[in-house]
Design a protein around this ligand. Structure first.
Ligand code: OAD
Length: 243
């Protein structure tokens, strides 16, 4: 496909999932080698599991933190940040919890599923903590009980602010570039349909067809960084190394 001219669009949304961070060495959730192929989410990624054995759930997330902390943003993360730097109307909506968009230089990232770099407690008045080190102090300093990673687990509702920001960004967009999501987790998976129905140009970057491919008018069946290099060659400052 021909390169895109971002100047032709008023409101651009990048919508990202685990396939983007796969290029930084972080496993996806589904498919071969995916996190949920290896670990049962019912034992590691839901409130019930946490209530039953918080230390085990924390160990799992601390291991993920260490892995994410040692990852470097991929070329695609850097190109998305560069697109935002040159086109301030660019919105970034991510399902990823790893903070790699921000580490690549992006800002105002809408984190639909939270961030592994924050923890929270259900007690009133507990401070929300932004972690800089990989290992958290696990007990709440206000109430003394276990606080939890500030991410969305299975059966959790999404936090209202980010999903509303995502809906608003999609409602305004005339170009949606979706990268590396299987489109099976709702309500995030609704967003491309909403963009398509409002007449936005919708581009899906994913080596595989997905559950929501039908909503996209263009499909780039290759990895995130290679696809963005061909789509946005002016932003491709990351060279030709993989990822
Ligand atoms: P998935 O693991 O479900 O899907 C990853 C997608 O990335 C797949 O469709 C792959 O084909 C694609 N992919 C793999 N390598 C790629 C590459 N190099 N470039 C582009 N795409 C590539 O991840 P998500 O759709 O992000 O939720 O998962 C959605 C949510 O399910 C996650 O946020 C997480 C998980 O349970 C929570 O933790 C709440």
């Amino acid at each position: 496909m021909n390169p895109l001219e971002l100047d032709d669009y008023q409101h651009i949304v990048f919508f990202t999932g685990a396939g983007l961070s796969a290029e930084a060495g972080i496993p996806t959730y589904r498919g071969a080698g995916g996190t949920w192929a290896k670990y049962d989410y019912r034992a590691y990624a839901c409130q019930r599991a946490f209530d039953g054995d918080p230390a085990k759930v924390w160990d799992f997330h601390d291991e993920r933190r260490l892995r994410m902390a040692s990852a470097e943003p991929a070329a695609a993360h850097r190109m998305i940040a560069a697109a935002q730097a040159t086109h301030p109307s660019v919105a970034i909506i991510t399902q990823n919890i790893d903070g790699l968009h921000q580490r690549a230089g992006a800002h105002h990232v809408i984190e639909l599923h939270g961030s592994i770099w924050r923890v929270r407690c259900r007690c009133p008045g507990a401070p929300q903590v932004n972690l800089e080190a990989p290992i958290a102090e696990r007990l709440c300093p206000t109430c003394g009980v276990w606080r939890r990673p500030d991410i969305v687990w299975f059966e959790d509702p999404l936090q209202p602010a980010p999903i509303q920001q995502g809906i608003d960004a999609i409602a305004a967009c005339d170009l949606l570039i979706s990268i590396g999501t299987s489109g099976v987790v709702y309500p995030a998976a609704e967003l491309p349909r909403a963009a398509a129905q409002r007449g936005a140009r919708c581009i899906e970057i994913n080596p595989e067809p997905t559950a929501v491919s039908e909503w996209y008018d263009t499909h780039l069946r290759t990895g995130a960084s290679d696809a963005l290099r061909s789509l946005l060659p002016d932003l491709a400052t990351g060279g030709t190394t993989p990822g």
